[in-house]
Design a protein around this ligand. Structure first.
Ligand code: BEZ
Length: 390
């Protein structure tokens, strides 16, 4: 459009100059983008994470660092092929200040790449992909959960300490399963155990029969598995139905029995797992958290709810450090990195790679509880192999 009149040109120029001279208006709200599974085998895990996150924000009166929190969300379906598009929607269409997600390691890796490319803050509230706090670590990426190596390594150590000599492993074939097994093998073989065979099936398949026949034929002392959500329910039931429960010791990363006991019933009784949470911890923080969660959601909390709650605590610590100025990225990141999180799991700090340094509990299923049998490894830090952060 051509603006002919000199008067009109002067008026427009004055208005534009006036606008530029206005002081920057502080952002009133912080936009959190949840990218979580709300359908599929991990659907319940995604819901628990969102519940836990919102519980903490609600406890703070709906604000973190003095700023109101607003949410947008996308169902990632635990589908890595849709992950980059979904994350880009949150960053470019919705303009979120922080992404919170996700459960599945393959999807989380794509989110981490989008976060890095766009310098968007990312807090991972579950997915354990070792690379996220390993070779792919970055100043704007944090995790409130665990690395896949952590519970796997702890279970390997426990199994070796209990004089188990041979084991077979079984998992879904993707990063989380592979890395969980790698951690188990490292702890188990360092203690003198031997892994006879590593079995797997594609994610999220649950046709276990042929594999169970193979495990029975191998006659190991124990089987170590990584399954979670709906797949974990099916595996534990199939294992018991095949008559293997009293013949071969079944152990696993704690996801096998967390948030699943109601559905697994008697088939889960007595199972041993390792995780950074248990159902009968004694600290006051956990008691208050569990009471409030049950009251709000009419559900018992699980490890996923705790990780969501702590993701919000971490964001809260960062925003408090910059008095809500989410654009002060350096201050925000420093505030999160230095935080001591008063978690329902017990207090934890973050490693240089931004992964929790935390106690890993040995748990035994008793009725509907993952009963704490004591700390399997105290203050376990992921080795963060390949992370160049200083
Ligand atoms: C993962 O993909 O990293 C994962 C999924 C469910 C439970 C634990 C880890």
């Amino acid at each position: 459009m051509k603006i002919a009149s000199p008067l009109a040109r002067t008026l427009i120029a004055t208005a534009v100059a006036g606008l530029c001279a206005l002081p920057a208006v502080a952002q009133e709200k912080i936009k959190v983008g949840f990218m979580l599974p709300y359908t599929g085998t991990f659907a319940a895990l995604g819901v628990a994470i969102e519940n836990g996150f919102k519980q903490y924000v609600d406890e703070q009166g709906g604000k973190l660092g003095g700023k109101a929190i607003e949410y947008v969300k996308v169902d990632d379906e635990s589908d890595p092929s849709k992950a980059a598009d979904n994350a880009n929607k949150l960053v470019k269409r919705d303009n979120v200040d922080v992404m919170v997600g996700t459960v599945h390691s393959g999807v989380a890796m794509a989110m981490a790449k989008v976060a890095k490319d766009n310098n968007t803050l990312l807090i991972v509230p579950n997915a354990g992909a070792d690379a996220i706090t390993g070779p792919f670590c970055a100043s704007n990426i944090f995790r409130s959960s665990f690395s896949n190596w952590q519970p796997g390594y702890a279970m390997g150590k426990v199994a070796a300490d209990r004089k188990i000599k041979t084991a077979v492993t079984l998992t879904w074939k993707y990063a989380a399963g592979d890395e969980s097994v790698k951690g188990f093998k490292e702890g188990f073989e360092a203690g003198g155990g031997k892994v006879l065979k590593e079995l797997n099936l594609p994610f999220p398949n649950v046709e276990f029969q042929a594999l169970l026949t193979e495990v029975a034929a191998l006659k190991p002392d124990a089987i170590y598995v990584f399954f979670a959500g709906g797949g974990a329910v099916k595996f534990v039931k199939d294992w018991a139905a095949a008559g293997l429960k009293d013949k071969i010791q079944l152990v696993g990363a704690g996801f096998l029995t967390d948030g699943t006991l109601e559905a697994q019933g008697a088939a889960a009784e007595g199972l041993l797992t390792t995780l950074h949470y248990a159902d009968d911890l004694t600290h006051a923080k956990d008691k208050a958290f569990r009471l409030q969660y049950a009251k709000t959601y009419k559900l018992q909390p699980d490890v996923y709810a705790v990780q969501g709650y702590d993701a919000a605590q971490m964001l809260g610590a960062g925003l408090a450090a910059v008095k809500g100025d989410v654009k002060n990225r350096d201050g925000l990141v420093k505030g999160i990195a230095a935080a001591k999180i008063d978690s329902p799991r017990g207090p934890f700090t973050l490693s240089k790679a931004h992964n929790p340094v935390q106690d890993i509990y040995l748990r035994k299923v008793v009725g509907k509880n993952n009963k704490n049998e004591g700390v399997a490894v105290k203050g376990l830090a992921d080795p963060a192999r390949g992370c160049k952060a200083s």
